[in-house]
Design a protein around this ligand. Structure first.
Ligand code: MSP
Length: 660
């Protein structure tokens, strides 16, 4: 077994669906895990869920469910998300699992016995959404300084962790390990904002709710959620487990090579977590990388603003590779960036469909046209070939440097230097002209050199866009030995002579403006049924959304439901919307009026088949324009996998009848 590499994501709060911002950390960690595996490391990639605390208890109560049942549904949704995004985690820890709970209870007890944790009384402020304690001086206009929401004053008996005792050792660790806090710019913020003003002892238990791990000696106390959560990084890999194999695993992987976290939870990871580990006598993680935030135009994503983007919706429409590429490429890791439909569509179109997709497709097409679909042997290189080979070598080295530095966006830019240069090489060497001139030797060398570049590009893309990269490897029949990391250092490390499939384009080319408009409707309005745009090649093999996966959406009360006005409508006319191949325009009789409704069901129904059907219409939806045509309502339809069926009302109900 090779050298180990242990990488973690934060464990997510399963109080709600995860959004695209959460997927960001997990995709980045996945790309790094895959890269390290490619380089021969024995990787342990851990993710999971942080399931205790007041917030979860309250949400479960609102949903009228026992907490664990409430959680199970959301965890199923989260795991399904990771499957769809091709996340190759090695383990998924839930803090409600016995392997975690028993170790945390024991560890708490030990820290009490050795005097690092003591009993006292906490008086101060608490932010439940962040599960964070705050001093009066930390609050900003009386609100939580992290999330800006209301805080509540709490006074309760609590256990405290003697953080202050370890501060000097912590600062010394920072000095001796300049790579511990990454990007480096975050270090000053941690020291100046949290350590210099005087690190206070941390309150580590709560008594005002009971959904958590109970302190063995004092069961009315539950372990404070952050102490519970942080320890997942060691309990998951067998710390203090009764099972010897598990304990060996811990010896093997600890300390972690890197914890990936968002910048908002950096202080828990670079201050409290190292101190807890010091108290336990364990080595500290090598690095903590605090990445930036994916924002929306109107600021931070939040449920209350209604500006969160459901990653499943994007994956269904574009496939997982497209979303992974966008997340990794669009924003330099460490910085904040804004999500816009324009940026997404342009990245997919220009980088994936035009540059990469086109290169792979045109090369295969030329191999078929000029060489019977078989990669020919090369003769001597010309300077133009040597230049491409030289660039490929440089790109492999740059890519490795940037991946090691966790600069995913730069590493992808490196690969695209080779993608673009290979396209240019083809334009310059003009294989079609060589073919016409029957200059077979030269033609063969050029075709060989093109395939050589594609091999290197495909291997370098395995970590970021694993499906498309594996599809290229398959299409070009590269053998396992030709797709190893070491093989990248020899341009000619593949035996010519293999047959290449003609294949289909890897990524669909999108009509930019139309797609942006649809994406906006889909993400913000969601009023039209928008069938997925499937790549013309292999459709993304994504599991379909299950009923249980939807159950975790916030429950609504009956009054909210009654705000939706549902009525029976009779379709009196239907036609296609010009230049919009997915949309139908329907004239629907609602009793006292006729409404025009535009619906994205053209792929499933012929206009004439709909006329005369009685359907159910959302009658009080704000009008919206779809491809320039006004839609004055929405019809209900059921969808499952690729099938969509309009819901029909009973035949004896007149148009306008209320549905409730
Ligand atoms: N449960 C804690 C973490 C415990 S780790 C021992 C938690 N959970 S969370 O679900 O609220 O957030 C998880 C991660 O998602 C955090 O790293 C947070 O920074 C990240 N993100 C949440 N929204 C984000 C964006 N909009 N953009 C990028 N990352 C974001 O905190």
């Amino acid at each position: 077994m090779g050298e180990t590499f242990y990488i973690t994501t934060p464990i997510y709060y399963p109080n709600d669906k995860l959004h695209i911002g959460h997927s960001y950390t997990t995709v980045a960690a996945d790309a790094l895990a895959r890269y390290k595996r490619l380089r021969g490391f024995d990787v342990m990639y851990l993710t999971g869920t942080d399931e205790h605390g007041q917030k979860i208890q309250t949400r479960a109560k609102e949903a009228n469910q026992p907490p664990i049942e409430f959680l199970n549904d959301i965890i199923a949704w989260i795991k399904d998300l990771w499957t769809r995004l091709d996340i190759s985690y090695d383990d998924f820890i839930r803090t409600t699992e016995e392997r975690h709970k028993s170790v945390v209870a024991k560890l708490f007890d030990r820290l009490v016995k050795q005097g690092d944790i003591y009993l006292g009384t906490y008086e101060g402020w608490y932010c439940t959404p962040c599960e964070s304690f705050w001093n009066e001086r930390d609050l900003v206009s009386g609100k939580c300084p992290d999330c800006g929401r209301d805080v509540s004053f709490v006074k309760e008996e609590s256990y405290f962790f003697r953080m202050s005792k370890y501060v000097d050792r912590l600062l010394q660790y920072y000095d001796e390990h300049p790579d511990f806090i990454l990007p480096e710019s975050r270090k000053a913020e941690m020291v100046n904002n949290f350590i210099k003003p005087g690190l206070q002892d941390l309150c580590v238990s709560r008594t005002s709710f009971d959904w958590g791990i109970h302190v063995p000696e004092h069961p009315e106390h539950v372990v404070y959620v952050w102490l519970d959560a942080l320890t997942n990084y060691i309990t998951a890999i067998g710390y203090d487990s009764p099972d010897e194999n598990e304990r060996e695993k811990f010896e093997r992987y600890w300390p972690a090579d890197v914890h990936f976290v968002g910048k908002d939870i950096m202080r828990f990871h670079v201050i409290y977590w190292p101190i807890i580990l010091m108290a336990l006598g364990l080595p500290l993680p090598k690095r903590v990388y605090g990445h930036g935030f994916f924002m929306m135009k109107d600021g931070k994503m939040s449920k209350s603003k209604g500006n969160v983007i459901d990653p499943k919706l994007l994956i269904n429409r574009y496939g997982s590779d497209a979303i992974r590429y966008f997340l990794l490429r669009e924003i330099p890791f460490g910085q904040d960036g804004v999500f816009t439909p324009e940026a997404l569509v342009q990245r997919l179109n220009f980088d994936l469909a035009n540059d990469l997709g086109n290169l792979v497709h045109r090369t295969a097409a030329m191999l078929h046209r000029f060489a019977g679909g078989v990669v020919p042997q090369k003769s001597a290189y010309d300077p133009v070939d040597e230049a491409l080979v030289g660039l490929a070598n440089a790109v492999v080295n740059d890519f490795a440097t940037h991946m090691d530095e966790m600069q995913f966006s730069v590493a992808l830019t490196d690969v695209w230097r080779l993608v673009r240069q290979t396209n240019k090489y083809i334009d310059e060497t003009a294989p079609w002209a060589l073919n016409k001139a029957q200059n077979t030797d030269r033609l063969n060398t050029v075709l060989y050199t093109m395939v050589g570049a594609i091999r290197i590009i495909a291997v370098l893309l395995l970590p970021a866009i694993p499906r498309a990269a594996a599809a290229i490897v398959e299409q070009y029949s590269f053998k396992p030995a030709e797709t190893t990391w070491d093989s990248l250092f020899d341009y000619e490390a593949f035996a010519a002579g293999q047959t290449v499939e003609q294949g289909q384009p890897l990524f669909p080319r999108l009509e930019v403006e139309k797609e942006i408009e649809e994406l906006m409707n889909l993400t913000h309005v969601g009023s039209a049924i928008a069938p997925s745009v499937e790549p013309q090649g292999e459709a993304p093999k994504q599991p379909t959304e299950t009923a249980s996966s939807r159950e975790e959406t916030s429950m609504i009360d009956i009054d909210t439901f009654h705000q939706v006005e549902l009525r029976v409508g009779l379709i009196e006319a239907a036609d296609k919307v010009e230049k919009a191949d997915k949309l139908l325009r329907l004239q629907v009789n609602l009793g006292e009026e006729t409404r025009q409704i535009v619906s994205g069901i053209a792929a499933f129904y012929q206009p004439q088949d709909l006329v005369g059907k009685k359907i159910i219409v959302v009658a009080n939806l704000k009008p919206a324009k779809l491809r320039g045509v006004e839609s004055q309502g929405m019809l209900l339809a059921a969808s499952h996998g690729d099938a969509v069926h309009v819901i029909e009302a009973p035949a004896d109900m007149p148009p306008g009848a209320v549905v409730s």
